[in-house]
Design a binder for this molecule. Structure first.
Ligand SMILES: *Cc1c(COP(=O)(O)O)cnc(C)c1O
Ligand code: SF4
Length: 373
């Protein structure tokens, strides 16, 4: 028998007919969206769908979960592997970009196939978690590289693995002496909070220290069940951080970001990263310009506690690592929309926003606090 979270996962829509039956789209939409689903994975957990306002076409839950015909529009600067995962995919399941830390991707399944995802071309409902021989090779690689101190479980979503598979992986990592910490990047807290059973929480507690980086983009994604899960995780000694992706129409306003970051910190989740959207093919309808992003962050600085402010970062296209957007690593180049990026390993890259489907325009600089709020 399925447990509650498994039920929640499989009973949500995973094809256009069930999406149509849920009332989220019209029959015309269902026909128009067929080519999008031929190209990309689709699926929404029942929990996440329940957060959607069915009457609001601009609902931030809807925009992130329901496919859009614009996903088929490619701009010349967009690519399928924007952050160069392939270039750094040393052995199977691993992406080794930084000397001291490595991504381990034990599954390519997700509780929600986010329409903006930078790995959307890779993701697949496909065969069950990739363990066996591939995992053996990945573990051998970890054991052979003493410079690696941290393993970051990513994917796909690592918390879709069964407890026994997770335990198996955590035990094998725990047996490698130079691995000092494990981090889990997950969208499950916002999309499938019933996954946090007492068994899972105790499993994480037994494998301390564990950091859980919660992917949350909008305050509406923080349900009561999510808050309860965070409370239990905190009591179990799991360090809670968050990452969000800055997106047009979803969270590109000071009001939404303020509510998001303040709610997170009030729930004991420290905002860690605000990601600039990667130039993934078919995501231009979510894109915000670097100028707009910087102006938003400048506004927040004066508005909310420093403890609630994440670092605003972007990936160097091609896999040169992350840089902080509001720093000297990102500078204007010869014309509007053209930027010069300097990566943590010295890569120098020209980043042309005009090839990514955004109209560059300067936003007005943030105004100082005027005492009227
Ligand atoms: C983002 C990322 C990390 C983690 O970077 P932090 O700045 O430590 O959060 C590690 N490996 C890869 C490949 C990444 O893309
Ligand atoms: S859960 Fe993460 S990896 Fe999966 S589709 Fe969403 S953003 Fe991409």
């Amino acid at each position: 028998m399925n447990t509650r979270w498994q039920e929640d996962l499989v009973s949500g829509p995973h094809d256009l007919d069930t999406l149509l039956a849920s009332g989220a789209i019209s029959p015309e939409d269902a026909t128009a969206l067929r080519p999008v689903l031929d190209q990309y994975e689709f699926g929404i957990s029942a929990h996440y769908l329940s957060l959607m306002d069915p009457d609001d076409p601009k609902c931030p839950i809807r925009l992130q979960a329901i496919p859009d015909i614009r996903e088929l529009h490619a701009h010349s600067g967009e690519v399928s592997d924007p952050i160069g995962d392939a270039r750094h995919a040393a052995p199977p399941l691993l992406v080794h970009r930084y000397p001291d830390r490595v991504l381990l991707m034990p599954t390519l399944r997700c509780p929600l196939y986010c329409r903006f995802c930078f790995r959307k071309v890779l993701l697949t409902e496909g065969p069950a978690p990739r363990l066996g021989a591939e995992m053996d090779k990945a573990m051998t690689y970890l054991g052979d590289h003493p410079a690696i101190h941290e393993v970051i479980l990513s994917g796909g979503d690592p918390l879709l693995l069964s407890d026994s598979r997770l335990q198996h992986i955590l035990e094998r990592i725990g047996a490698i002496p130079h691995i000092r910490r494990v981090r889990i990047h997950s969208r499950v807290p916002a999309t499938l909070p019933h996954r946090f059973t007492a068994e899972l929480i105790s499993l994480l507690e037994r494998h301390a220290p564990i950091t859980l980086v919660n992917h949350v983009n909008h305050p509406r994604e923080i349900a009561e069940r999510t808050r309860e899960a965070w409370k239990a995780l905190r009591h179990a000694g799991v360090l809670l951080l968050s990452q969000s992706v800055l997106m047009r129409g979803i969270n590109d306003s000071p009001e939404v970001l303020t509510e998001l970051f303040e709610t997170l910190i009030d729930e004991g989740v420290k905002p860690y990263y605000l990601h600039h959207l990667d130039p993934t093919v078919g995501t231009s309808h979510f894109r915000v310009s670097l100028d707009e992003g910087r102006a938003l962050m400048a506004k927040l600085r004066g508005r909310i506690s420093g403890t609630a402010l994440p670092a605003y970062v972007m990936e160097l296209p091609g896999g040169g690592g992350k840089v902080q957007v509001d720093s000297s690593a990102v500078t204007r180049s010869s014309r509007e929309g053209l930027w010069h990026l300097t990566g943590p390993f010295g890569d120098e890259i020209l980043y042309d926003e005009t090839l990514l489907g955004i109209e560059p325009r300067r936003t007005t600089p943030s105004t100082a606090f005027n005492g009227s709020r």
